[in-house]
Design a protein. Structure first.
Ligand code: SR1
Ligand code: MG
Length: 423
């Protein structure tokens, strides 16, 4: 593919012909395109994803479509999201080496990225639904978040370079628009594409949509999301954007990347662990999930602890940007001042993180894009009961976040709500 031909969506039938002369792909999987086996495996909401296997190996070809795959061509979406994904992946690899798939080739016109085929990795969400306890995810994701969020900010970067990058990613308008509407607004009114488990959740949905304090908090969080261009975010860091084996963790799909508040990635991620926690009751056909629930709460604790520890280490050793300059603190012998500032920054992240987590829970149950944790619970009454508990939890942490001071307190609340029989 030359890159000069106009965009055309690939298919299983055309991929080998169209990419058969691509040097990077041939170098990875072998030159004999007639022997390539192509499978379309995309199950996400937006794109085409192919696995291509040749005599010498395998690779993934991901291509954006000019519309939202989940909805169809009635919802156009620009191909340039592939450009942002490619640039986000290169920055994530530089800031957190080994955490993302290797990139072999990027074609901007065809909106496609050829990248490493991760095997035997599976999507983290799938593993959690299956009740698998992965030993390293908290450490790996905690490190990924601390390194990418710190090193993509004015705490670390040369300010001129950061501003240039901010300008580059500012054009990811349409994907931000998806988040601004689907996450922060649609769940709180009768938006056209909303859906929920009905009639079981009807009363609770009406209650949440009439909840003034909740709506004010959701809009406060939307304001922070839109106005606080603090760092380069992954932008869609849920358990469907993470691939795992028992030993390894890789972060994929940063097409929603843009400069926003650090707390957004962390809140979305932890919300997905808490949703997995509340969904476990719906997956107990083959046996109790008590150990899995305990594991998930431990993962939350460890992820937050690793994030804090690594962020603090980077603060002390790599704070070379224009914010909280060492010349104002350490260089004057005032190490305590730097620690006080760190404490303030972490406190703000904590506060906002809980808010973002709460509304991420709501949008996955009330909005357009649901998640498989709940969707795969076939018994609708059981599913609704799991979802209702998650909704109640989400409301509590979003609205009361300033009165919540530790991750143990949040987990305690989750455990209490999970054990309630009346929901
Ligand atoms: C229309 S896109 C819906 C959702 O899918 C993506 O993974 C994002 O989470 C987005 O909000
Ligand atoms: Mg995605």
């Amino acid at each position: 593919m030359t890159g000069k031909l106009p965009f055309e969506a690939l298919s299983v039938e055309t991929l080998a012909t169209r990419l058969g002369t691509n040097e990077a792909l041939c170098a990875k999987i072998g030159k004999d395109a007639a022997q390539w086996k192509v499978r379309e495996v995309g199950d996400g909401n937006l794109n085409l994803v192919f696995i291509v296997e040749g005599a010498g190996g395998a690779a993934v070809v991901k291509q954006a479509l000019p519309y939202v795959r989940l909805v169809g061509d009635s919802w156009p979406l620009p191909l340039k999201r592939s450009f942002f994904e490619y640039h986000a992946l290169t920055r994530q690899e530089a800031r957190a080496p080994g955490s993302v798939p290797a990139i072999y080739h990027f074609d901007e016109v065809q909106a496609l990225i050829i990248m490493e085929y991760l095997s035997p990795h599976i999507i983290l969400r799938r593993a959690l639904i299956d009740g698998r306890q992965l030993p390293n995810i908290a450490r790996d994701i905690g490190l990924f978040m601390a390194r990418t969020l710190f090193r993509g900010s004015d705490l670390s970067m040369v300010t001129k370079e950061r501003k240039a990058d901010l300008a580059l990613f500012a054009d990811n308008v349409e994907l931000c628009d998806i988040t601004e509407n689907l996450v922060f607004s649609d769940p709180y009114f009768d938006a056209r594409m909303n859906r929920h488990t009905s009639p079981q959740l009807d009363a609770l949905v009406a209650e949440l949509q009439a909840d003034r304090d909740l709506k004010v908090e959701a809009q406060r969080l939307k304001h922070i999301f839109a106005a606080n261009a603090e760092t380069l975010l992954h932008g869609d860091l849920h358990s469907g954007s993470i691939m795992v084996t028992d030993q390894e963790t890789r972060i994929i799909d940063p097409e929603f990347a843009f400069y926003g508040p650090m707390a957004f990635d962390i809140g979305m991620l932890l919300a997905n662990f808490w949703m997995s926690f509340f969904s476990q009751r719906g997956h107990e056909q083959q046996g109790k999930r008590d150990a899995m629930r305990a594991y998930l709460l431990d993962v939350v604790v460890e992820t937050w602890a690793v994030f804090r520890a690594e962020f603090s280490r980077l603060w002390r050793t790599e704070r070379t940007g224009m914010l909280y300059q060492k010349s104002l603190f350490e260089d004057q012998g005032d190490r305590l001042g730097a620690e006080q500032a760190l404490d303030n920054v972490l406190h703000q992240i904590w506060d906002d993180m809980l808010g973002f987590a709460g509304i991420e829970v709501h949008r996955r149950i009330l909005g357009l894009a649901h998640n498989a944790d709940f969707e795969t619970i076939a018994d609708e009454d059981l599913r609704a009961s799991c979802e209702a508990k998650a909704l109640k939890f989400g409301r509590h942490i979003a609205v009361n976040r300033r009165q919540i001071h530790s991750i143990d307190e949040v987990n305690h609340l989750a455990a209490l709500i999970e054990r309630e029989n009346s929901i």
